[in-house]
Design a protein around this ligand. Structure first.
Ligand code: SAH
Length: 244
């Protein structure tokens, strides 16, 4: 039987938010590969080999998945949320670009619910108008580029979803990001700090950017900087559909 590689999104946390096609691909898999906490979400069963690895090993993991597929296995590489959003799908294609011998393999990317959408739904509709997403990790891009994108996004009036806001290895970056957004005139905007959305540890707070503290975010938090028009209605927030 010929092999396959599926790159699948597990959604933000709750099992009910894993799509039926991802559930099916996991049921058919011979091998599941991924960052350890994500692989731990997969129930072990006979005939399934789990391959947990560290979070800086994306290319090696992608190569291992392609290798399994080329040997006839049914490999699934799992990401949290959506696999195409700051996650494994791009790493698989980076490896594929240099590996013509694997380009005819059966490869599928299965979408998942990305963190910003799960967080937005919890609080109302803060992404109801134009928005963008920025990864605050400077592992794979220079910090000055992040600063430039933050400034331009704020000036352009986008709501901004910030992924990977703050980690132990770069504690100062997020505080600096908040400063840049204030300098760009966004101080009066509402900011949603949504932690571990759809898990038992979910916690959501809303502050104005002016009042926001950097320690409200960690690596399990997605931060949504709302646009200037965003309003409160009861316990909800929404970005009006019309902007003049
Ligand atoms: N592919 C993932 C993102 C991976 S980057 C997706 O589509 O969601 C990891 C970052 O995603 C975290 O640092 C955090 O900012 C965000 N994130 C992932 N799951 C989350 C959750 N359940 N609640 C809040 N933020 C989450």
């Amino acid at each position: 039987m010929s092999g396959s590689l599926v790159v699948a999104g597990l959604g933000p946390g709750a099992d009910s938010l894993i799509t039926p096609e991802v559930v099916q691909s996991l049921a058919d898999a011979t091998d599941v590969l991924g960052y350890k906490p994500y692989v731990e979400r997969i129930a072990p069963r006979e005939g399934l080999k789990l391959h947990p690895s560290d979070n800086r090993e994306e290319l090696a993991r992608a190569r291992a998945g392609l290798q399994i597929a080329s040997s006839g296995g049914r490999a699934v590489i799992v990401s949290s949320g959506d696999p195409g959003v700051f996650a494994m799908a791009a790493a698989v294609f980076e490896v594929l670009a240099d590996a013509p011998e694997w380009q005819q393999l059966d490869i599928r990317v299965l979408p998942g619910i990305t963190a910003m959408l799960a967080a937005a739904a919890r609080i109302g509709a803060p992404l109801g108008h134009d928005f963008c997403a920025i990864n605050l990790s400077d592992n794979l891009k220079p910090w000055p580029l992040i600063e430039r994108r933050l400034r331009l996004a704020a000036e352009a009036g986008f709501a901004i979803a910030l992924y990977n806001p703050r980690s132990a290895s770069r504690p100062a970056g997020f505080a600096r990001a908040l400063e840049i957004l204030k300098e760009a005139g966004a101080g009066g905007r509402l900011v949603v700090f949504a932690r571990a959305v759809t898990t038992p540890h979910e916690h959501i707070e809303v502050h104005t950017l002016q009042e926001a503290r950097a320690d409200l975010a960690d690596m399990r938090t997605i931060v949504i900087v709302c646009n200037a028009e965003t309003r409160r209605v009861g316990r909800w927030l929404y970005a009006p559909r019309q902007v003049s």
